[in-house]
Design a protein around this ligand. Structure first.
Ligand code: 5GP
Ligand code: MN
Ligand code: MN
Length: 329
């Protein structure tokens, strides 16, 4: 099946093949963590030429800057143009790999690890489990099947990935298997308290001031989503600049927004360019926001999805509001 095809494709190019690992644009903890875990695993198996990269601006978000395996990262300009083996992580579609998607044609073997229901099966071998809480679950299985012993460095990468996509083991996909995997990882001696504080609970004073401003202008629309309610706010590049913050700081803002009791759906509109916005959508269960995102050109999961919007924040949120009624579950 797919597992033996994936293991075969990887073994074929060890130890001397050119291996290129890629994850989605604006990498999060799951994208980077599952990619670096497999990267470190391949190195343990003797792989001599392993590069890891992602499209877009070459910046690792500050909270992830302490992750093991970061020395495998190269900017996309330095990534091998014609790898023997390419492995993609946490990307639902080739478009999420930006300019690096051209290697899918040129690589001899391509494997994708993912957990999005909307995954388009763009690789030769697709290890896609839409019941998995994180790509890290798939990455952990692959490492087992490759016979890699999970050491502390690999465990820390997988733990960050798993904790990121489960909202620190809070979201509905937090199955017994997730906790079994977490238990295995913690048993290697990694320190969950230190990792969580560093990755999720540390940010500069300016970020708190920025949050105050952005949360202060949130708006509640109780009639949206057939009466299930929507809460939304926006953050601009100018807001970031005034508080001296980097773009990744915007991503954490969805968490306080989604706590609002009066709204099933929360929307965060984050400026990414001139009239261009990265939109985060969350639902507590009344709406399938992956369908809302797909209708607007994006994708994601049933309760967490996103897309790129255009115009003003009000234009973007009106487009979302219009779609919500069509996707009430
Ligand atoms: P977030 O709001 O945390 O950026 O993303 C939530 C989920 O939606 C993630 O699973 C992510 O993969 C997906 N997602 C976010 N933005 C986009 C987008 O522009 N296109 C697609 N296809 N998926 C997205
Ligand atoms: Mn991701
Ligand atoms: Mn993920």
């Amino acid at each position: 099946g797919d597992w033996s095809a994936a293991v075969g494709a990887i073994r074929r190019f060890l130890p001397s093949g050119r291996v290129l690992l890629v994850c989605h644009v604006n990498p999060d903890g799951d994208a980077l963590g599952s990619m670096l875990a497999v990267g470190l695993g391949l190195c343990r198996l003797g792989a001599a030429q392993v590069q890891a990269t992602f499209p877009g601006e070459f910046e690792v978000p500050e909270p992830l800057a302490g992750m093991p395996g970061l020395d495998l990262l190269v900017p996309q300009e330095r990534a091998c143009a014609d790898p023997d083996l390419m492995v993609a992580f946490d990307a639902a579609a080739a478009s999420r790999l930006g300019a690096l998607a051209d290697r899918l044609e040129r690589a001899e073997a391509t494997v994708a690890l993912d957990h999005h229901a909307s995954n388009t099966r763009f690789a030769q071998v697709n290890l896609v489990d839409d019941g998995a809480a994180a790509t890290a679950m798939v990455a952990g299985d692959l490492l087992d099947r490759l016979g890699v012993e999970v050491d502390q460095a690999i465990a820390e990468c997988l733990y960050v990935a798993l904790a990121t996509d489960t909202g620190s083991f809070k979201f509905e996909m937090t199955t017994p298997r997730v906790h079994e995997m977490a238990a295995r990882l913690i048993a290697t001696g990694i320190r969950p308290g230190d990792i969580s504080r560093r990755v999720f609970d540390t940010r500069p004073f300016g970020a708190m001031k920025l949050f105050g401003e952005v949360l202060g202008r949130a708006a509640l629309d109780p009639a949206a989503a057939a009466g299930h309610g929507m809460v939304w706010t926006y953050v601009t590049l100018d807001d970031l600049g005034r508080h001296g913050q980097r773009p990744h700081v915007m991503d954490a803002l969805i968490d306080p927004v989604r706590t609002v009791a009066e709204a099933d759906v929360s929307v965060l509109v984050k400026q990414s360019g001139d009239g261009e916005w990265a939109v985060s959508l969350r639902s507590k269960g009344a709406v399938d926001v992956s369908r809302v995102a797909v209708a607007l050109g994006g994708g994601g999961h049933r309760l967490a999805a996103g897309f790129t919007g255009h115009g003003t924040p009000t234009d973007v949120v009106l487009a979302v509001r219009e779609q919500l009624d069509h996707h009430v579950l």
